[in-house]
Design a protein around this ligand. Structure first.
Ligand SMILES: Cc1ncc(C[n+]2csc(CCOP(=O)(O)OP(=O)(O)O)c2C)c(N)n1
Ligand SMILES: [Mg+2]
Length: 546
């Protein structure tokens, strides 16, 4: 068999549905083999966007998303997407081409050592040096990408290897189960929880990765222990649960941090230090039990006293089986915190100023999205408002990146979410800055006939950095932008363009967009003038008083 045919057969055996990317001349054998495959090629307008789409496909399915590029410049465009998948725990395979490795008459033209470049960004990076190795390399790449902790892997397929003949056979997936936590670790954890006076549960990104949701609800309901979540842990347990205290959108000084400071034990399910810290551990401060697939990486702000390492859902199940609610547990302070958080996230939600208040935008989008509707956020200051104020009802319905926290992923990740869940309503939420980093993918979305709303919060600036600049007492400098006419811009791609002109028109407009189908861009002029006062000062002062 031709090696490139075998490569595609190996991908098919892994259950690959899509390859996102941009082929170059070094991928032409592989492209030709793809022609008769069940795998669909999704052509994008930038390799970075293809990488973000593949990573999000992996995040939502648990199966590695696959992306393809040529050598040199195509492969270097994968760098940010590789870091996004690797830090975010998203399984993703990058396939890149290369000049012939046996003999080439091209000198060093376009040649960059891509295998080495990918070293710090992946779990596995290999050049395929013979057709015979293809089945093992592909299987190993998928095994590592999808195994805990999931992440990015890379295979380089040189042109002369792709076209050689081989008699190797595909290696099929083998059955595997994640190891379960050891009994004694669970017993020690239960003892610690029983002995605590004010235990508190934290839900982080790891719990959102696999379906730990039902086990966590059972554990919370049986124990009655209140919980809070990290940004990437949103939705694992319904935000309307009566024991939900709030989201740690900031790292410190918000109402929710009063609960974390007041607790004597935090049962941390699925958070690891790659996500921005939801609270800081301190010497002689709150104790932590680390419940995760992997042992804890130690950091000056994170040094747990006990670990329960193994499949998260199983660990939580084991804890639930053994936990007995204790009379000496005292949750009264947490209940007080909850009241303050609930009041605080409602503040400003009915404000009708225009340009719109971000708190109002969050509330309007929540009320226009159905329970299983998905929002995919880019990175900007609005992400804090969404993480803090937007209640998520189901796992993985708020896709945000609080690990690499890159700009530019909002639109591609929304597109991938819509492909994985074609029957759900999906919205990309971007700043004017982040949207323009991958706005060319509007063409891909239109070509794929996705029904999608892309909402842009427009402040004509890199608002997040302006907010930090003000907070640090610097003069306003260097962060204001001009923008295209977003309505015309959308229309030039064959999408629909809308500009919100008053705050009461946003909700009906969102409904209209979903009714009409197709790709809709909604520009929402936004008023960020109070971000500094509220997020940096008022919340800090008020939360001190609880
Ligand atoms: C690729 C990338 N470049 C730079 C940054 C640093 N950064 C974080 S948010 C931000 C500004 C975002 O601006 P915009 O998308 O308009 O959102 P806003 O904060 O204005 O709502 C910048 C420059 C980043 N996170 N990622
Ligand atoms: Mg902006």
């Amino acid at each position: 068999m031709k090696a490139s045919d075998l490569f595609i057969k190996a991908l098919e055996a892994e259950g690959v549905e899509y390859i996102f990317g941009i082929p170059g001349e070094e991928n032409l054998d592989l492209l030709n083999s793809l022609k008769d495959s069940s795998i669909k090629l999704i052509l994008t307008r930038h390799e970075q966007a293809a990488g973000f789409m593949a990573a999000t496909y992996g995040r939502l399915t648990g199966k590695a998303g696959v992306c393809l590029s040529t050598l040199g410049p195509g492969a270097t465009n994968f760098v940010t997407a590789a870091a996004y998948a690797q830090l975010g725990g998203m399984p993703m395979l990058m396939i890149t081409g290369q000049k012939p490795i046996k003999s080439s008459k091209q000198g060093q033209f376009q040649i960059v050592d891509i295998v080495d470049m990918m070293q710090p960004l992946t779990k596995y990076t290999q050049q395929i040096s013979s057709g015979y190795n293809i089945p093992a390399r592909v299987r190993e790449a998928f095994r590592l990408a999808e195994g805990e902790r999931p992440g990015a892997v890379h295979l380089e397929l040189p042109e002369d290897i792709a076209c050689e003949e081989t008699d190797a056979h595909v290696i099929v997936q083998h059955k595997t189960r994640r190891p379960s936590a050891e009994d004694k670790a669970v017993l020690s954890a239960v003892e610690m929880i029983h002995a605590a006076k004010k235990p508190l549960i934290l839900i982080g990104a790891g719990a959102n990765r696999k379906q730990s949701s039902r086990m966590l609800v059972d554990f919370i309901d049986k124990s009655g222990i209140p919980f809070f979540s990290t940004q990437m842990g949103k939705g694992v347990v319904d935000g309307r649960h009566p024991l939900f205290l709030g989201n740690a959108a900031l790292s410190a000084n918000d109402f929710i941090h009063r609960a974390a400071e007041h607790a004597d034990l935090i049962i941390n399910v699925g958070h690891d230090v790659i996500e921005k810290p939801p609270f800081f551990m301190e010497h002689d401060g709150v104790k932590v039990i680390h419940v995760n697939y992997m042992s804890a990486s130690i950091d000056p702000v994170y040094f747990p006293q006990l670990e329960v390492v193994g499949d998260i859902a199983n660990s939580v199940y084991q804890l639930k089986e053994k936990i007995i609610p204790q009379k000496h547990w005292d949750f009264s302070y947490f209940k007080e915190v909850r009241k303050h958080v609930e009041a605080s996230v409602k503040e400003g939600q009915d404000d009708d100023r225009f340009p719109m208040y971000p708190q109002r935008v969050v509330k309007d989008i929540r009320s226009a999205m159905p329970e299983d509707g998905m929002i995919a956020l880019d990175n900007g200051v609005y992400k804090i408002w969404f993480a803090r104020n937007y209640k998520s009802y189901k796992p993985n319905t708020v896709l945000l990146d609080n690990a690499l926290a890159t700009m530019g992923a909002g639109l591609p990740s929304a597109m991938a979410a819509k492909m994985v869940f074609p029957d759900r309503k999906v919205m990309a939420i971007c700043g004017d800055g982040g949207f323009m980093m991958n706005s060319q993918e509007l063409e891909t979305a239109v070509r794929l006939q996705l029904d999608l709303v892309v909402l842009i919060l427009n402040d004509n600036a890199y608002g997040m950095i302006k907010w930090k600049q003000t907070n640090m007492g610097f003069d306003s400098f260097g962060l204001d932008l001009g923008n295209p006419d977003f309505v015309k811009y959308a229309e030039s791609y064959g999408a629909y363009g809308h500009r919100v002109e008053s705050s009461d028109t946003l909700i009906p407009l969102i409904y209209d967009c979903y009714d009409k189908k197709g790709v809709h861009l909604i520009e929402v002029p936004v008023d960020y003038s109070e971000n500094d006062r509220i997020l940096n000062n008022e919340i800090k002062e008020k939360s001190k008083l609880i």
